[in-house]
Design a binder for this molecule. Structure first.
Ligand SMILES: C[S@@+](CC[C@H](N)C(=O)[O-])C[C@H]1O[C@@H](n2cnc3c(N)ncnc32)[C@H](O)[C@@H]1O
Length: 219
């Protein structure tokens, strides 16, 4: 069975797209993109030799997946793909990968991201770089809830999938617990207690309390 984190990413890929899977590792996403028929072809990139070897082994015989060894999007040329997928990395690394290859990023129509942390940094980066967040979803795998963000250029207006996700209440509750732990730690230090991060974190906890109390989970 396909992992729901992987299928959550694939669901956002437009039919018949040429896709780049950045940091492909074992290549499960690349392989499913082809097996599901969603992608026309995939360029799977890997920076590290160990995962690259696993990738080339796993895609053996799949002629629609090409593996490239190198850093992020730097091994692609502008216009080679329609969609960039970056899954399973931290937000800071993802925004660096996108910032390091502006011509490639400008040439695609979709960017689909499943960050391991700092999703808010990615949203901010996308908006600053004139992308629209077209949709978002949540996926649960092995007890962890993952965020999936789909950015497009000029998408039609719509309601985000995550707003009706059965995982949303659980996700917001976990997020509130995490932020409450951060606040409790910061509260032990005078300088942390008066920092901007403390105030923005407390504001987010207040907003989460309101949403969870009102049983209205829309972000
Ligand atoms: C945790 S794995 C995620 C694998 C897969 N994308 C997934 O979601 O299941 C992250 C992978 O990204 C690779 N990676 C890290 N930095 C990279 C970069 N700058 N360019 C390409 N790959 C990178 C790592 O070697 C690792 O295999």
């Amino acid at each position: 069975m396909i992992d729901s984190r992987i299928s959550g990413v694939i669901n956002f890929v437009r039919e018949d797209s040429r896709v780049a899977d950045i940091g492909a590792d074992h290549g499960y996403l690349s392989i499913e993109l082809i097996k599901s028929g969603r992608a026309l072809n995939v360029i799977a990139t890997e920076k590290n030799i160990g995962p690259f070897e696993a990738l080339t082994k796993n895609i053996y015989g799949l002629d629609k997946v090409e593996a490239r060894l190198g850093d992020g999007l730097k091994v692609l040329s502008a216009g080679e793909v329609d969609t960039i997928c970056i899954a399973g990395m931290g937000g800071a690394l993802i925004t660096k990968i996108l910032s390091d290859a502006p011509e490639v990023v400008q040439s695609v129509r979709q960017i689909i991201i499943q960050p391991m942390n700092a999703a808010e940094k990615i949203r901010a980066w996308l908006v600053e770089n004139n992308w629209t967040i077209a949709d978002e979803d949540l996926a649960e795998s092995a007890g962890i809830i993952y965020e999936i963000i789909c950015a497009e250029k000029n998408p039609p207006a719509k309601i985000f999938k995550r707003e009706s996700s059965p995982l949303l209440k659980k996700f917001l509750t976990q997020r509130r617990e995490k932020l409450q732990r951060v606040l409790a730690e910061m509260g032990k230090s005078d300088s942390a207690r008066t920092s901007e991060k403390f105030l923005t974190t407390r504001a987010e906890v207040d907003a989460l309390n309101k949403k969870l109390r009102g049983r209205c989970y829309v972000l």
